[in-house]
Design a protein around this ligand. Structure first.
Ligand SMILES: Cc1cc2nc3c(=O)[nH]c(=O)nc-3n(C[C@H](O)[C@H](O)[C@H](O)COP(=O)(O)OP(=O)(O)OC[C@H]3O[C@@H](n4cnc5c(N)ncnc54)[C@H](O)[C@@H]3O)c2cc1C
Length: 385
């Protein structure tokens, strides 16, 4: 019997486990497969800056998360000796067509309005700061956003797994939650393929797979998978030093010469295949921005399933009608970024404390058919589409 049983060992579940164990709780994480291998491993690790003065709940969660990423990265490096690649590399946002221009200008205005630096780059200075960035076609505008950060998902997850173990978290791969034993408004046990497991508190952090499981608790979060394909290139040395964003796609340079190209956004159910069309589109995009990438080696490709929600907001909170069941899922294209804030907020809630920010907009019984925010995309793409 543990204090808290976490169902799903992705970035959300492992971050929550790390945080709860740091407060002295006995935590167990079960995962149907290998922990840290699904969407959380697949992502790009982009952490865009956020508006610190905003009263929008998602902005507030992002601000909290960004602050914590800096702290956690240092903490994890000290305790595990793993450098998770957290860097303030900055980003360039650009448009190559008149059609893209209005959304780029709106994005830059929105960033500046939120107190975030976004400097319009004349073509001459762009070729000075990123000489390899020579977009084909007519480049209509570019902005420099110096405060954009990144981290390397596989390294961050490896560090978190190690730190969780050091804090006494029990991690159980290959254990799938199938159902729940519920009596008098409490989950008494999680029924798994390895038998029942009991805990004082249960939290679902099962990403794209959450809707079916939550239904067995009587909750109806509108979460569905959206596939994103990625391509990894290797170069002898870095060819660009900043993240390059155009619309919904991006290039993310790592400091060892690797470069990520992302990403597609597809409705493919739970199919994690990569496709010829998807990868060809990513390559065409990348070569159209940085022609010298033609000489890079292709290291590998993969796809992950983003847990998307109808209204663009994650679900964070207690399951209505149940005293000891919680859900933290549906972070779509910002789960890596929002993981630290989510962990702290959920940990406060689970420990019976008032959460540091108002999470009523994220509650499980909200009307998610309100598509007010449904246009939200990847963390860094929000205002572009
Ligand atoms: C291509 C791509 C690029 C992205 N880029 C970024 C980015 O730059 N920045 C950013 O912030 N976010 C990004 N994201 C989004 C981010 O990766 C996700 O929002 C985040 O990983 C979701 O984390 P999670 O822990 O909820 O889900 P997951 O990582 O999918 O973990 C869920 C876990 O639950 C387990 N599970 C499922 N069902 C059960 C069950 N019944 N019993 C036990 N275990 C179960 C699964 O095996 C899995 O390990 C990207 C995603 C993709 C795919």
């Amino acid at each position: 019997m543990s204090d808290c049983l976490i169902v799903g060992g992705g970035i959300i579940g492992l971050s929550l486990a790390y945080e709860l164990a740091g407060h002295g709780l006995a935590v167990r994480v079960i995962d149907a497969g290998q922990p840290a291998r699904e969407a959380s491993w697949a992502g790009a690790g982009i952490l865009p800056p956020a508006n610190v003065a905003s009263d929008d709940p998602l902005d507030q969660l992002t601000v909290l998360s960004n602050k914590l990423h800096r702290q956690w990265s240092a903490e994890l490096r000290d305790s595990t000796r793993i450098d998770n690649g957290y860097r303030r590399t900055g980003a360039i946002y650009l448009a190559r067509s008149g059609a893209e221009l209005p959304s780029l200008i709106a994005l830059a205005d929105q960033l500046r309005f939120g107190g975030i630096e976004a400097e319009r780059l004349p073509p001459a200075s762009m070729s000075q700061i990123e000489p390899a960035l020579r977009p084909t076609g007519s480049m209509t505008a570019a902005y420099l956003v110096p405060d954009e950060c990144q981290l390397r998902n596989p390294r961050h997850l490896k560090a978190l797994l190690m730190a969780c173990t050091e804090r006494g978290v029990e991690i159980m791969p290959g254990v799938a939650a199938d159902d729940f034993e519920i009596r008098r408004n409490r989950v008494r046990a999680v029924l798994t393929n390895r038998g029942p497991l009991s805990a004082d508190v249960v939290c679902l952090t099962s990403g794209s797979w959450t809707a079916a499981l939550a239904a067995k608790l009587g909750a109806r979060p509108a979460i569905r998978p959206v596939r994103g394909q990625m391509l990894l290139l290797t170069l002898v040395r870095p060819i660009v030093s900043r993240i390059i964003n155009e619309g919904s796609r991006y290039l993310v340079p790592r400091d060892d010469g690797r470069l990520l190209i992302g990403s597609t956004e597809e409705d493919a159910g739970f199919d994690k295949s990569t496709t010829a069309g998807g990868i060809a589109g990513l390559l065409e995009f990348a070569l159209g921005l940085v022609p010298d990438l033609a000489a890079a080696q292709i290291e590998r490709s993969w796809a992950g399933l983003r847990p998307s929600t109808t209204d663009g907001l994650p679900y964070l909170g207690r399951v209505p009608e149940l005293e000891n069941a919680f859900i933290a899922a549906g972070h779509f294209r910002a789960g890596l970024q929002l993981s630290t804030g989510t962990a702290v907020i959920l940990s406060q809630l689970i420990r019976g404390l008032e959460p540091a920010i108002d999470i009523s907009s994220f509650r499980l019984d909200r009307d998610a058919s309100d598509a007010r925010l449904s246009a939200r995309r990847d963390v860094h793409e929000v205002p572009l589409h």
